[in-house]
Ligand binder design. Structure first.
Ligand code: HAM
Length: 433
């Protein structure tokens, strides 16, 4: 029989990889909590309609869709934001506002697997619902940076590129674009940095056939600093530009302004964004976005609820892990085994098991060999199981209830009375022998 391979674009997490994943997730959770967010989760699949309603073409084409036995259309979640909006809508009147929630869902997207893009991944989500102030946008961006900073990524390593859809919408309409044309123009702008100039120009002609309007829009796309944006903003866009300025000021107050820059190219692929939008990239621009988000003030309403403001982001584990590995910043949350209990005399088999279980009962991790083996082999097992200490029960245990504790790293050992050891196994840690 042939061995069955894992599906392309998915990952197996052997304990070594699991320790890395846990370290990443522990960090996400710790930073969420210290920024005042509470954890939630939602089902792994939803009705297909939840996504077709507002998430946008791209993500809908990447859905793993299926039918239940009643013929109802379902989909595995490609993102958690629609589920969050659905959950909030269900309890909208009882939830205290603002809602500050986080989640670390497993998501699936049927994309072509490539570097930084898989078909199954984890994504840290932070969302603030029920507040339309720039302070909420600033706090969302701050939280992303707070995590990146906590793992050692500096402002020389990563950059949060920020813009605003509402600013663009006001400006583009001032230039003569209709509200119906906005999504097409956003999609074009999104492609600008990704396509060769010639291809981009050809696409621009196709998407905005009228030369006058097209030239004005292409000129707007040239703006490459916030100062230039401010200096050339038409009156209709000034309010939104001022909002962006407030956001940059707040990020300064929060101490992360050096991580942030204005970039007109950031519009985001998902259709539901309405205001501030941002993406975090590695400064070398070698990788895809680490993180993306923004304000989505209409999603709850589109999904049948009242109009409630919302802002947040998603950060995937895949690009993050690649970058951290490249920068030598990756750590693991591997938990070593505290004790490996060894029987050095045949009669002690049961007492070995009992000692290990007593240690477990006191909150320590402990293991033992399932087979009777010579002392040397058991010590080898202790080190292959990454035990910090070997607890050796031998002839002296039979004679005088004494055990030998061996520090596996230093090789130092100490013989003490078994009851004394069991009364305070952590004293061994404290003594370091
Ligand atoms: P998104 O831009 O689709 O946004 O995804 C956010 C991040 O998730 C990306 O920057 C990337 O790190 C990661 N990601 C996305 N797709 C993949 C993939 N196929 N493989 C690996 N990583 C991936 C959203 O999902 C929004 N719902 C985020 C959000 C929350 N906006 C507001 N609240």
């Amino acid at each position: 029989m042939e061995k069955i391979a894992p599906v392309r674009g998915t990952r197996d997490f052997y304990p070594e990889q699991m320790a890395v994943r846990n370290w990443i997730m522990d960090g996400w959770r710790a930073v969420s909590r210290r920024n005042g967010f509470e954890e939630y989760d939602a089902p792994i699949f939803e009705y297909l309609q939840l996504y077709t309603q507002k998430s946008g073409e791209e993500i809908v084409s990447q859905l793993f869709a299926m039918q239940d036995r009643g013929g109802r259309d379902l989909a595995i979640r490609p993102e958690i934001t629609p589920s969050l909006a659905r959950m909030i809508n269900q309890q909208i009147h009882s939830l205290p506002r603002p809602v500050k929630w986080f989640s670390v869902p497993r998501l699936c997207r049927a994309e072509r697997p490539q570097k930084g893009r898989l078909r199954e991944f984890f994504q840290w989500n932070i969302d603030i619902i029920g507040d339309d102030s720039p302070l909420a946008d600033a706090e969302s961006i701050f939280t992303a940076i707070d995590y990146l900073r906590s793992v050692g990524l500096t402002s020389r390593d990563v950059v949060a590129k920020i813009s605003s859809r509402s600013m663009l919408a006001a400006w583009l309409q001032e230039l003569g674009a209709t509200p119906q044309e906005l999504d097409t123009i956003y999609a074009l702008l999104d492609k600008r940095a990704k396509l060769p100039e010639e291809t981009f120009q050809a696409l621009a002609v196709e998407k905005i056939p009228e030369a006058g309007l097209r030239n004005k829009i292409l000129e707007l796309f040239q703006i490459d600093s916030f100062e230039k944006l401010k200096a050339s903003a038409p009156p209709a866009a000034q309010e939104e530009v001022a909002r962006l300025e407030t956001l940059f000021h707040l990020l300064e107050v929060m101490g992360v302004r050096d991580y942030c820059t204005f970039d007109i190219h950031i519009v985001r692929g998902l259709a539901y964004y309405t205001g501030v939008v941002f993406e975090v990239f590695d400064r070398g621009a070698e990788l895809r976005a680490l993180c993306g988000g923004g304000r989505y003030d209409n999603l709850l309403k589109v999904l049948g609820g009242p109009k409630v403001s919302a802002t947040g982001f998603g950060m995937g584990d895949v690009v993050l892990e690649i970058l951290l590995r490249e920068k030598n910043l990756l750590q693991t949350a591997a938990v070593p085994l505290d004790f490996y209990v060894i029987d050095a005399a045949a009669e002690l088999g049961e007492q070995t098991v009992q000692t290990a279980c007593q240690l477990r009962g006191r909150g320590f991790s402990a293991a033992f060999s399932y087979k009777r083996l010579p002392l040397g082999k058991q010590l080898k097992q202790a080190s292959s199981q990454k035990a910090r200490f070997a607890v050796i029960l031998g002839q002296e245990t039979i004679d005088s209830r004494q055990v030998t504790i061996k520090d596996m790293a230093s090789g130092l050992q100490k013989t003490i009375a078994l009851p004394e050891f069991l009364a305070g196994p952590d004293k061994v840690f404290a003594a370091g022998t």
